[in-house]
Design a protein around this ligand. Structure first.
Ligand code: BTN
Length: 321
């Protein structure tokens, strides 16, 4: 966003004279006027008040490195290497590109918008500027790929707990890890695995997208919601949400490493939106009643021939209405 400095100066909602803005930014008043026009082209609503100056009318929720870091639980602040970007193709791709820095820092990338946001199953992830949260972390685990069973469900539990901790109510999980609120998708998690960094050490890119202020979503073909829409009377701040999610994910990854998936199984089942519902899998090949997950995180369908496990990544589940 080209007008970020100007917008952050105006973000208190007060009237600022062109002169004071010019002095603060070290540019001429003409340059300020040009920036005001550019900000308006970017979608901000700014009133020009004759003889007094400019006032930002639209709500803004700017990403800020320091605010994000101070919202991360203290114990994790020095463990992460945080980057806050204006624009990127995909925060997951950026974590991969950053590679393993050679330090023990956990790479965390957040962007104001993504130009090629990725969803599960090769889909696009709608990533408009300034509206939602796009966050990726590079987590490392010892013990090879086999220790990762159930991790993607664990991350869903962590995200749901963090959002409820901030005031959202009754966050549900659609297997394996879609984040739901009021029967609509609020966010998603994309887990991508990188080859072993060294023997037995695997890197998992955990990408989280949460709809925060989004008002319209072109090309999204399922019921969706946002925190603004689903939770009335609360002002959502992306920096605070980011800090809470980073802390929750790092804490869950620690607990998962020490105690395994079993520790989270019950918490996941409590949030299962398919529990007891008639559902179909493998494009309708199997149908049954949602019966939760087994000890490795497979989804169980209660069918005429008994419980049938459905493996993560194999197929998607849908409710039969
Ligand atoms: C899904 O399909 O439900 C998963 C969506 C994951 C989107 C997030 S946004 C941050 C990160 N970067 C990406 O390109 N995708 C994930």
């Amino acid at each position: 966003m080209k007008s970020k400095v100007l917008i952050s100066l105006l973000s208190d909602g007060r009237v600022h004279s062109g002169e004071s803005l010019a002095a603060k930014m070290g540019v001429s008043r003409t340059a300020i006027w040009k920036q005001i026009r550019r900000a308006m082209e970017e979608g901000f609503v700014i009133d020009t008040i004759r003889g007094r100056g400019y006032q930002l009318v639209s709500d803004v929720d700017l990403l800020d490195f320091d605010d994000i870091l101070s919202s991360v639980a203290e114990e994790y602040r020095s463990a992460i290497s945080l980057r806050v970007l204006d624009e990127v193709d995909s925060t997951n791709a950026e974590v991969v590109r950053a590679g393993h820095s050679g330090t023990h820092d956990i790479p965390v990338v957040i962007a104001d918008c993504q130009t090629a946001g990725r969803g599960r199953r090769g889909r696009n992830w709608s990533s408009p500027r300034g509206e939602n949260l796009y966050l990726s972390l590079g987590l490392t685990f010892d013990g090879g790929f086999s220790v990762l069973d159930g991790l993607s469900l664990v991350l869903g539990v962590a995200v749901a707990d963090a959002l409820e901790g901030l005031g959202a109510r009754e966050i549900g999980l659609k297997w394996p890890n879609d984040i739901f609120i009021e029967r609509a998708k609020l966010g998603g998690i994309l887990i991508e695995l990188q080859g072993e960094l060294q023997e037995g050490v695997v890197q998992v890119i955990c990408g989280i997208g949460i709809n925060v202020h989004m008002k319209s979503a072109e090309g999204v073909d399922q019921a969706w919601s946002s925190l603004d829409q689903a939770v009335s009377g609360q002002q959502w701040c992306r920096n605070e949400i980011a800090g809470a999610l980073i802390s929750a994910v790092l804490n869950a990854a620690d607990v998962f490493t020490r105690f395994g998936f079993g520790h989270f199984r019950e918490a996941w089942q409590q949030r299962d939106i398919f529990q007891g519902k008639p559902i179909a899998a493998r494009g309708g090949e199997i149908s049954g009643i949602g019966a939760g997950i087994d000890e490795t995180g497979n989804y169980l369908l209660d069918t005429d021939t008994g419980l049938v496990p459905v493996r993560a990544g194999e197929i998607s589940l849908r409710e039969v209405l």
